[in-house]
Write a protein that binds this ligand. Structure first.
Ligand code: 5GP
Ligand code: ZN
Length: 113
């Protein structure tokens, strides 16, 4: 995907603060944090959202989430965290490369789910 900003971040063509990387994903700091810890989990393979996701991509995403569960302490999420993935206009998705927001580092006040 030539014009995808998250693909460019994954390839290092746009700078970001990466806090974790492996073959499946990178985890970066969100540029406009909504919580003291606001990370974005980006699968390296480009797909727009979970509706577009193949079975193989779903398996990869499962591995990513399992890995995330082992990074809780080093990411400063010991008190808990919230995962959010926006899909489409009603959810105000602004980047069409699947990403999971990881929010924490404080008591999160607005509970939408
Ligand atoms: P969405 O609205 O699609 O769920 O979330 C997109 C997120 O990407 C937003 O929270 C926004 O702050 C973040 N974002 C957009 N552009 C960049 C960027 O260039 N670098 C980083 N680190 N985050 C970005
Ligand atoms: Zn992409």
């Amino acid at each position: 995907m030539n014009d995808c900003i998250f693909c460019k971040i994954i390839k290092g063509e746009i700078p970001s603060t990466k806090v974790y990387e492996d073959n499946d994903m990178v985890i970066i700091k969100d540029i406009a944090p909504q919580a003291p810890v606001h990370l974005l989990l980006l699968p390296k393979e480009h797909f727009a959202n979970i509706v577009e996701m193949t079975d193989a991509q779903a398996q990869t995403l499962g591995r990513c989430l399992k890995k995330l569960s082992t990074l809780v302490d080093e990411l400063g999420l010991q008190g808990g965290f919230r995962l959010v993935s926006n899909k489409g206009a009603d959810a105000c998705q602004s980047v069409e490369h699947l990403h999971i927001h990881v929010l924490g580092g404080t008591k999160l006040t607005e509970k939408m789910g």
